[in-house]
Design a protein around this ligand. Structure first.
Ligand code: CMP
Length: 139
């Protein structure tokens, strides 16, 4: 099924200048970039985005990391984009991620793990409009 998913190139990967390599990989793997923007998230935006994790012990640290520098927000479209992007990212912990996945290549720890991706269709329906309006989906 043709799907859209939200990808975030996180502050660690942007700082290390991996944004271009990650975007090139998306296109190589058949994803279409439907929308893209670089943003410095506010604390409130990061807290709202990760609200499902607010009871987790790592929540405050996750939010602090996500506001530590600009992120690249991307809407990707492809057949089975949600699962396909999750497979391309690899496991949350880069040390457990399959070789050549984005987190294995560019992540350094479970927290500083280079990329985020919607984990289900329901999550994508929340995450895409969280950052993009309909008129921004131009690609
Ligand atoms: P992400 O896919 O963006 O979704 C939630 C994020 O929380 C996750 O990637 C990690 O960056 C972070 N995270 C998940 N588990 C842990 C953990 N045990 N310790 C620290 N951060 C975590």
């Amino acid at each position: 099924m043709l799907e859209q998913t939200l990808a975030i190139i996180k502050p660690d990967a942007v700082r290390k200048k991996f944004s271009g390599a990650i975007l090139a990989r998306y296109e190589k793997e058949g994803f279409r970039i439907r929308a893209i923007k670089m943003r410095a998230l506010s604390k409130g935006e990061a807290e709202g985005f990760y609200a499902v994790h607010r009871e987790r012990p790592f929540f405050a640290s996750l939010v602090a990391f996500m506001v530590s520098g600009p992120v690249v927000l991307v809407v990707l479209e492809r057949e089975d984009a949600i699962l396909g992007h999750r497979q391309l990212m690899g496991a949350t912990d880069p040390s457990k991620a399959v070789k050549e996945t984005l987190r294995a290549l560019y992540g350094e720890s479970i927290e500083f793990n280079a990329v985020h991706g919607s984990d289900s269709a329901e999550t994508a329906r929340f995450e895409i409009p969280y950052f993009f309006s309909t008129v921004e989906l131009v690609g």
